[in-house]
Write a new protein. Structure first.
Length: 129
């Protein structure tokens, strides 16, 4: 069982909230558009942070937003360092979070399978009439 690192988890939560606010308020690049910061994973030594985002309601180009966020990463790191009062701010690496899209696809596949199974049982079961 892996050890828990409570400070890293607290930094992750605070980083997630702060980055969401900073991106909304400070990043002026139109390629970013409306995004949702879905999660942040900070290394044990707090030197690296993987930040996952998804475009809000599928609006906008995720790759363009990723490029804009990577361009703004240095500015955001500086802001994080100042506002969170960290001695060393984590290097921020942005990633597109496709889990929402993947979940929607899986949900649609499950719904299709259930409907197909239901139709097959109705066609083969003469007692339903």
């Amino acid at each position: 069982m892996p050890r828990e690192y409570p400070r890293a988890r607290r930094v992750e939560e605070q980083l997630k909230r702060l980055l969401a606010e900073l991106v909304r308020r400070e990043v002026k690049d139109p390629r970013v558009g409306l995004i949702t910061i879905t999660s942040a994973e900070v290394s044990r030594d707090l030197t690296h942070a993987n930040v996952y985002f998804t475009p809000f309601a599928g609006v906008g180009d995720p790759k363009a937003a990723l490029e804009a966020l990577r361009h703004a990463a240095g500015f955001l790191r500086h802001q994080v360092r100042n506002q969170m009062r960290l001695r060393v701010a984590p290097e921020i690496l942005f990633h597109i979070d496709d889990s929402v899209e993947r979940g929607a696809r899986l949900s649609a596949l499950i719904d299709d399978a259930v409907d197909s199974d239901r139709r097959r049982h109705i066609e083969t079961d003469p007692d339903t009439e």
